[in-house]
Design a protein around this ligand. Structure first.
Ligand code: NAD
Length: 381
């Protein structure tokens, strides 16, 4: 069977779903690999690099899609791409079926099989395919780098001949995958890092990375994070009030805020409010990783960088993984290769779409012209 990767058509997307290295892995599984000319260029992979490992270069998107048994790509397909799907063909990409109902219907009508990388169950066995975590890790790292490039000072404190420089103070709100990556990056650059999450069980992880967990004076903090399956639930009004009061107290001393707080299935909670931005020193930076879901900061404008009236830079980019396209493509292509390893038990280049496998079942959103989303909960943790 042939696995093919088209160039991403979404404006500004620099990632690619197949790298020369992942193609070698796919060939070992018995597949022939095809990539559209120039598809890897923005991520640093030339056509020659693919050619050198035996990947066929296709001249156009139409030729990529027409000859493919399996299409692997990054972004959910555009309507023009769904039109190229057909029965028996399998598409593997991000898809976000809950937010893309029309796309799901179109995929169903095409009769194809769609595997959504964002639907891979977050169980231990599937970690190697967990593209959401791969991308969140990059976003957290890049958020700190972005903050640093907009902050006119060092992260680390220094004593120099020209004077003493205080360390930057960084606050990370939300300590999931992205938040923990941001904490690790900020502490490794020498900042004094504080972090807050509604799930108190992350305090130990935060402290083990050299950051300080921000505790609230709230008797029920143990329960209020009320996590189900490791995720957060909305906070009670009393808890939220305490949380905002703590942030108000911190705002004048914090130089950089990285917000990553999300609650599954909801808009991002507003946590860094206009008055907190107003209380920050000029030159401070807010990077809002929740911008795509409405933002954790009141002032965030998705996909833009703005400066508040008191001189605080607020970054609302929604494409951090694409801004590190070489790294993001390498990790994403590896996640895809692991998915295909599980889909090819015979290592003979033949996809076996085993719906009894928890991970394959969980990620499959259409199969042979049927919608198979949402999946039943996985049987194994
Ligand atoms: P996420 O992106 O859904 O949310 C980010 C963080 O925001 C979470 O830590 C959440 O608790 C926090 N948050 C929500 N509301 C908040 C508020 N009001 N104030 C402060 N923080 C708030 O999270 P994620 O990175 O997807 O991780 C969620 C969970 O999934 C974690 O428990 C993580 O360990 C788990 N996980 C498991 C696996 C696996 O087993 N394969 C992989 C990845 C993540």
């Amino acid at each position: 069977m042939k696995i093919s990767t088209p160039r991403e058509v979404f404006a500004g997307e620099s990632r690619v779903a197949m790298t020369p290295k992942s193609a070698q892995g796919l060939q070992k599984l018995g597949f022939g690999c095809v990539i559209e000319a120039g598809a890897g260029l923005a991520a640093g992979f030339s056509d020659d690099a693919y050619r050198a490992v035996g990947v066929e270069i296709a001249p156009s998107a139409a030729s990529v899609w027409s000859g493919a048994d399996v299409i692997v790509k990054v972004r959910p397909p555009e309507p023009s791409e769904v039109a190229l799907l057909s029965p028996g063909r399998t598409l593997i990409s991000f898809f976000y079926p809950a937010q893309n109902k029309e796309l799901l219907e179109a995929a169903k009508a095409s009769g194809s099989n769609v595997i959504a990388m964002d639907m891979v169950p977050r169980i231990s066995r599937a970690q190697k395919m967990d593209a959401l975590s791969s991308m969140a890790n990059i976003a957290g790292y890049r958020a700190v780098i972005e903050a640093g490039s907009n902050f006119g000072r060092f992260f680390t404190g220094q004593v120099t001949a020209a004077g003493k420089v205080p360390p930057a103070k960084v606050l990370v709100i939300g300590a999931g995958v992205a938040g923990l990556a941001a904490i690790g990056t900020a502490t490794s650059l020498g900042a004094i890092t504080y972090a807050f999450d509604v799930r108190p069980e992350v305090a130990e992880q935060i402290e083990s990375m050299g950051a300080e967990f921000v505790y609230l004076d709230f008797a029920d903090q143990q329960q209020d994070g009320a996590a189900t399956g490791g995720y957060a639930a909305p906070s009670s009004p009393e808890f939220r009030e305490k949380q905002l009061a703590k942030f108000r107290e911190l705002a004048p001393q914090i130089d950089i805020v990285i917000t990553t707080a999300l609650i599954p299935g909801r808009d991002a909670p507003k946590l860094w409010l206009e008055d907190m931005v107003a209380a920050m020193k000029p030159g401070s930076v807010v990077v809002d990783l929740a911008a795509e879901r409405g933002g954790n900061c009141d002032l965030t404008v998705p996909d833009q960088k703005i400066v508040s009236p008191n001189g605080v830079t607020i970054v609302g980019y929604t494409d951090f993984p694409s801004r590190m396209a070489a790294q993001a493509s390498t990790l994403y292509a590896t996640n895809i290769r692991h998915m295909l390893t599980d889909l090819t038990p015979g290592k003979d280049g033949v996809v076996v779409h085993n719906m009894d496998d928890d991970v394959i079942r969980g990620a499959t959103v259409t199969k042979d012209g049927e919608i198979t989303y949402p999946p039943p909960p996985p049987k194994i943790a």
